[in-house]
Design a protein around this ligand. Structure first.
Ligand code: T3D
Length: 272
């Protein structure tokens, strides 16, 4: 296993480290279960921008410090405080922070693995689910906490949840705000895998390492094609497959993959 090289200050709100080709981002406000403040959003956006700009990064691993993954919006953050008319402008918080975050994840040129190390609530749960491959510690849990405070699921939850688990389960989870265990999240198809707590970081890193060695561009085009196909007819999805496959077929990585297969050697992919 590669050594971690810390690229941020150890007390950054989003700790940034590099392990081989994997950029590890750790939400780092453990005393408030890594809930999102405006300042943490700013650091996270910058960290994801740095990933996009660095050709040496071929996968991202996101996790949380301490006993929680992320408890959603920090309900004590000044951004929650009343605006001029006396009511909080939550729409602006979503537009300025959560919407860009989800779109940034969706557009990221490398795969994203999430290691959910503890409770993931509200926007924290949906942030995790926006990642490409989600592993969770057996002790972790997912809570659509929004209904408890008079809100609807955000951070992509309305789009993603029904697609992951179906409308019946999505709606019941969102309406009740009930806690879902990691094991049930796996059983529902909400996440990829539940693993023993002690194994979480190593297993998530192993998945990230594996993805980092695969052709990044093809992996990311797979993410985009699966998402796009949700709103396409079969005929249009087939056309999209033909167009993207045509582009990938002309790229370096396809030639390299085929040559490596033919010569029985490991492929070295480089497209992003
Ligand atoms: O502006 C906007 O609101 C727009 C965006 C909305 C998106 C959202 O995410 S809305 C949903 C916001 N999140 C929540 O409502 C969850 C609130 N937290 C909880 O319900 C519970 O903390 C948990 C179920 C997640 C975990 O419970 P438990 O018993 O394991 O921990 P705890 O004791 O409640 O929390 C530990 C500490 O973290 C505690 O601080 P203390 O007392 O030790 O100083 C607690 O106040 C703090 N904490 C937990 N969640 C948040 C938080 N502090 C601020 N904001 C939080 N969301």
């Amino acid at each position: 296993m590669s050594e971690a090289i810390l690229l941020s200050s150890p007390d950054a709100l989003v700790q940034v480290a590099q392990r081989g080709a994997v950029r590890v981002l750790t939400l780092n406000r453990p005393s408030a279960l890594n809930s999102f403040t405006h300042a943490m959003h700013v650091e996270l956006r910058a960290a994801l921008q740095a990933v996009a700009a660095d050709a040496g990064v071929r996968a991202v691993l996101i996790t949380g410090a301490g006993r929680g993954f992320c408890a959603g919006q920090d309900l004590n953050d000044p951004a929650m405080m009343p605006g001029a008319d006396g009511t909080p402008d939550i729409g602006a918080v979503i537009e300025n922070n959560y919407r860009p975050l989800v779109l940034q994840l969706q557009a990221l040129p490398v795969p994203v693995v999430c290691a959910v190390n503890g409770v993931a609530a509200g926007a924290g749960a949906n942030f995790a689910l926006c990642c490409d491959v989600v592993l969770a510690a057996r002790s972790a849990s997912f809570i659509q906490a929004f209904s408890r405070i008079g809100l609807i699921p955000d951070c992509g939850g309305t789009w993603l949840l029904p697609r992951l688990v179906g409308r019946a389960r999505a709606l019941a989870l969102a309406l009740t705000g009930d806690k879902l265990s990691a094991a049930d999240a796996e059983r529902f198809g909400m996440i990829w895998q539940v693993v023993d707590d002690a194994e979480l970081q190593a297993q998530a890193l192993a998945v990230a390492d594996k993805l980092a060695a695969l052709p990044s561009k093809a992996l990311v085009e797979t993410r985009h094609a699966l998402d796009a196909a949700q709103s396409l007819t079969l005929a249009d999805a087939l056309s999209l497959e033909a167009r993207v496959q045509g582009e990938l077929g002309r790229a370096h990585d396809f030639g390299e993959g085929v040559a490596a297969f033919q010569h029985k050697r490991a492929a070295v992919f480089k497209d992003r």
